[in-house]
Design a protein. Structure first.
Length: 189
């Protein structure tokens, strides 16, 4: 399977990035969510002992957004026989290794800080519609809870996706206004 034919143009930097913060601002239809879903599925299958956490402001909104996008990615990569997908609890398990994709909302913040997995560590975090997170402190709580010894070749990464913002939102100041070697900030139209 040739990944560029699936991903499309304009996402090479995104796909190859291994920085801690991969931040993508783009309009609706810019493929940021589909590309993120593909990257998460591909990365989990590539790096054993890694797991992912997917976050939105409210857990209720995950089913029809990120959860559906990840199911699409599994089908698009033609690996559906390797994944167990459950609605309750909402999670996806890579059957060959037991790696998981967990889904949480910021409406239950205590459930975010104490997340553990049976195998490996959580090192990939996708925060969708991040502009809905009004307090930078809420983001920091998630950021501080993602830690542990990384498996060989794996890396920590927060993929933060959102539509255009208010220029006073903390996302702009933190990720776009200042250069930081741990941040890859991408604008897509």
């Amino acid at each position: 399977m040739y990944l560029p034919s699936i991903i499309g143009k304009g996402y090479k930097k995104f796909w190859n990035c291994k920085k801690r913060y991969l931040v993508v601002k783009g309009s609706r239809g810019s493929k940021k969510s589909k590309t993120t879903a593909l990257k998460l599925i591909y990365s989990l299958m590539k790096y054993p002992n890694t797991n992912a956490l997917v976050v939105r402001k409210t857990k209720e909104t995950l089913k029809d957004s990120c959860y559906a996008e990840l199911q699409w990615a599994i089908n698009r990569l033609q690996v559906e026989n390797n994944w167990k997908i459950t609605k309750s609890p909402m999670e996806m398990i890579y059957k060959p290794t037991g790696q998981k994709i967990l889904f949480r909302g910021l409406d239950s913040p205590l459930k975010l800080t104490s997340i553990t997995v049976e195998k490996g560590i959580i090192n990939f975090v996708w925060i969708e519609e991040a502009y809905e997170i009004m307090k930078e402190d809420d983001f920091n709580k998630i950021d501080m809870s993602i830690r542990g010894i990384l498996p060989d070749e794996a890396y920590y990464q927060f993929i933060i996706t959102f539509n255009p913002w208010n220029s006073k939102h903390w996302l702009k100041k933190r990720f776009f206004d200042n250069e930081d070697e741990d941040v890859e900030a991408i604008l897509h139209k």
